[in-house]
Design a binder for this molecule. Structure first.
Ligand SMILES: Cc1cc2nc3c(=O)[nH]c(=O)nc-3n(C[C@H](O)[C@H](O)[C@H](O)COP(=O)(O)OP(=O)(O)OC[C@H]3O[C@@H](n4cnc5c(N)ncnc54)[C@H](O)[C@@H]3O)c2cc1C
Length: 450
């Protein structure tokens, strides 16, 4: 089985009807034409999202290596062009307690520190390269969506502040309201100082411009449909051209097909995430709901809800979940989210929604990201599985895998043990969606009933 979901979610010819597409402005994509003919590259990168583009940028800037990036679709076609724009921590689903048990306190702290560094890296890249990605808010807010989840937030605050996750504050329901957040499901919150919101597609395009400006070749609409070895080189075939490269980086995250590389087959669990965006809200509507914070907010659900008040006063409501990626399932998912929006933010019940879209995030069996070599000769590499929080971590991982791919001094040692292995195969890869279905049923019970 090469793809887990309905073919339409991978179809690069289908436009993604996101608010980000509608608001990103004009962009000259003609520099990123499909690959034609055969070329040589020192490093070839499969995937033109944050991971691949950051890898290309850092290869050029830090190592003097001009890479070639191939994406199956337009630049930013994957999750990077259509996510919620939370630039934040949270790229593993393994709990900190289990992480400490498995990797020890020091490695867990190194992983947390890497994620903090990742947020700062995005900010620094934006400043250094003049990427106008509309930074918004201060930190992130995690809301206890039920009173019983408050203890979880207390535990998380303690871990983060003790292990380098930046400053944290715990807010009562009244304090949360005073900070500009009110809903029917808010029983206190954790504020983390590290993090902010951004326009994800502007960021992806800005990274592409920056990598291109430093000499990287970038080819959109160039899916890798074959991967062979010839005389010690990797040969990547696309419909109209081939790249012969000494090294390859796989940066395909949730859009990875099982057929791409044998070491990755059956190791990844793509999962759907969905976003709804309303029309701009009036000042009176915003006041009526008591919601004015520009800081990104998510909640304590396993099947996370994530929301933002966008710069033009539209409300963005995101929710993970769903297993049917077919076009027929879209109206159902949209109607459900519109209903939930009205229940949680009653002043906005029935407000017109203008945009709805979805995409694939990427989980792994270890519930952690992975940055590692895929073969013994260390000529192919992967960086992926950010568990739905890759804006910051994919950017960091692109830089890390770039250094790893050219054998830079200290590159391997710089990786926290939590993320320094290739993903392991699921026991029965063919049953991954069944496994997800069962997990979702359990999550729903814990999130909504228990
Ligand atoms: C709806 C949604 C909301 C999200 N919200 C957030 C958020 O608010 N904050 C956050 O931190 N993270 C969020 N994420 C996750 C985040 O977007 C991802 O973790 C991150 O973008 C991953 O970047 P990437 O470059 O690794 O992968 P992607 O951006 O997914 O890029 C992978 C690319 O690989 C290409 N590809 C696949 N196969 C091939 C092939 N054979 N040949 C060539 N190219 C190929 C695809 O076309 C795709 O463009 C969200 C994701 C989704 C879907």
């Amino acid at each position: 089985m090469s793809a887990l979901y309905h073919a339409s979610i991978y179809d690069t010819a289908l436009p993604v009807p996101s608010y980000w597409q509608a608001s990103a402005g004009a962009w000259n994509a003609s520099r990123f034409a499909p690959l034609e003919g055969d070329i040589e590259a020192e490093v070839a990168i499969i995937g033109g999202g944050y991971t691949g583009l950051s890898a290309a940028y850092h290869l050029a800037r830090d190592h003097g290596v001009l890479a070639c990036v191939l994406d199956a679709g337009p630049i930013g076609f994957g999750a990077s062009g259509r996510n919620g724009g939370f630039c934040c921590l949270g790229s593993a689903k393994l709990s900190h307690a289990r992480m400490v048990a498995r990797f020890g306190l020091e490695e867990t702290s190194r992983f947390i520190a890497a994620q903090v560094e990742a947020v700062e890296l995005v900010r620094a890249l934006g400043a250094a390269e003049g990427i106008a990605f509309d930074a918004q808010g201060s930190g992130t807010i995690t809301v206890a969506h039920r009173p019983s989840r408050w203890a979880e937030l207390e535990a998380e605050a303690a871990i983060l502040s003790r292990h380098g996750g930046g400053a944290t504050s715990l807010w009562s329901r009244a304090e949360l309201r005073a900070h500009g957040y009110a809903s029917s499901e808010a029983f206190g919150a954790l504020h983390q100082a590290v993090g902010f919101g951004l326009h994800p597609l502007k960021y992806a395009r800005g990274l592409a411009d920056a990598a291109h400006g430093r000499g990287a070749r970038i080819h959109a609409d160039s899916p890798v449909i074959g991967w062979q070895r010839e005389a010690g080189r990797h040969v990547l075939a696309t419909p109209r051209g081939r790249v012969r490269a000494g090294r390859v980086i796989v940066a395909t995250n949730g859009f990875t097909r099982d057929t791409l590389h044998p070491t990755l087959a059956g190791t990844l669990m793509p999962a759907l995430s969905n976003i709804l965006v309303t029309r701009p809200l009036s000042a009176a509507e915003i006041e009526a709901q008591g919601y004015s914070t520009e800081t990104p907010v998510s909640d304590t659900r396993h099947l996370l809800y994530y929301v933002r008040l966008l710069p033009d006063r539209r409300f963005m409501f995101g929710a993970r979940g769903g297993l049917d990626a077919s076009p027929g399932a879209l109206p159902r998912q949209r109607a459900w989210m519109e209903r939930r929006l009205g229940q949680i933010y009653p002043a906005w019940r029935g407000v017109e929604t203008k945009h709805f879209w979805r995409g694939l995030v990427c989980l792994s069996a270890a519930l952690t990201p992975h940055i590692a070599a895929l073969n013994d000769e260390r000529t192919s590499f992967c960086a992926l599985a950010y568990h739905g929080s890759g804006v910051a971590m994919a950017s960091w991982s692109g830089r890390a895998v770039a250094a790893l791919s050219v054998g830079a001094k200290g590159a391997a040692e710089a990786l926290p043990a939590v993320i320094a292995t290739p993903p392991r195969r699921y026991r029965v890869p063919a049953l991954r969606l069944m496994r997800l279905r069962l997990a979702y049923a359990g999550f729903r019970l814990e999130d909504e009933v228990l």
